[in-house]
Design a protein around this ligand. Structure first.
Ligand SMILES: NC(=O)c1ccc[n+]([C@@H]2O[C@H](COP(=O)([O-])OP(=O)(O)OC[C@H]3O[C@@H](n4cnc5c(N)ncnc54)[C@H](O)[C@@H]3O)[C@@H](O)[C@H]2O)c1
Length: 253
């Protein structure tokens, strides 16, 4: 039997932000494997060029905190995956305001600006897919993550507004809400916490990160990519405005 996946996105273009690493890289490769031409966007020039080459797509070296730079991205794409993100962990009273603003620019304002630019072409053709890589932190809070949690909660609201406005034009918008995923973003946090608490990295994963998760393992980036891909594939046309937790049962509490 032929195990090659059906290229159901052949002829489609997908713009994936934060494509140089982790979940974004997995999305770029999964969307390319499904037949899409991938526009891979990231500020890490070397890594995004490597991913674009692997995906047979196009690299765009762009700092998404810059509104002007976003204006240089393609406006005619069929799919947008808003994924680029960064973390900063500090109590609110010590949280640097400029860091808070940067996180909101990259994780909330940039998705708004990208969607604002790309919706007209989607509306004109009567089909489009917006996938927002939110987080369990779009649905729940954790201490010391004021910027990240508030940006993700904002992204949840933005996604729902796009869903309502896009529906008459064949455009869907949804969030994917992962718990902890094995990526450089999380590996950095594990190492920091192990050092800070004087415990092993395994203990940080099982006792701290996965405390609220019923399934006691980190997700892999490819698992998040397959949910994002499903939201753009056959069978999910009626799905819009949702938040899809991939959180090992965290939000079941
Ligand atoms: N890893 C997790 O456990 C996890 C869980 C839930 C949600 N998420 C979300 O998934 C997304 C991807 O996270 P990841 O874990 O793959 O992280 P990652 O650090 O591996 O990748 C993030 C990418 O975003 C890029 N990026 C950051 N700032 C940018 C900017 N200003 N302009 C352009 N690119 C920029 C980085 O260069 C990097 O390539 C983020 O939105 C994150 O919040 C991650």
């Amino acid at each position: 039997m032929d195990s090659t996946p059906t290229p159901f996105l052949a002829g489609r273009t997908a713009l994936v932000t934060g494509a140089a690493s982790g979940i974004g890289r997995a999305c770029a490769l999964a969307f390319a494997a499904a037949g899409a031409h991938v526009h891979a966007v990231d500020l890490n020039a070397e890594a995004v060029k490597a991913v674009a080459a692997e995906a047979g797509g196009t690299a765009h070296v762009v700092d998404l905190s810059s509104a002007d730079a976003i204006e240089g991205l393609p406006a005619e794409v069929d799919i947008v995956v808003n994924n680029a993100g960064l973390q900063h962990v500090a109590p609110i009273e010590a949280f640097p305001p400029e860091r808070f603003a940067l996180i909101h620019r990259v994780m909330l304002e940039a998705p708004f600006r990208i969607v604002r630019r790309t919706l007209p072409a989607m509306y004109a053709q009567g089909w489009g897919r917006i996938v927002n890589i939110s987080s369990v932190h779009g649905l729940r809070a954790s201490a010391y993550k004021a910027a990240y949690v508030s940006a993700k909660h904002g992204l949840e609201g933005l996604s729902k507004v796009i869903a309502l406005e896009g529906a008459p034009h064949g455009v869907t918008s949804n969030c994917v809400n992962p718990g902890y995923v094995r990526t450089p973003l999380v590996e950095g946090q594990i190492a920091d916490q192990a050092r800070a608490h004087g415990v092993s990295e395994d203990e940080v994963v099982s006792r701290v990160l996965l405390e609220r998760s019923a399934i006691k393992r980190l997700l892999e980036p490819e698992e998040v990519a397959s949910a994002a891909l499903w939201l753009c594939g056959p069978g999910s046309d009626g799905v819009t405005g949702i938040s899809l937790p991939l959180d090992g049962g965290w939000t079941a509490h």
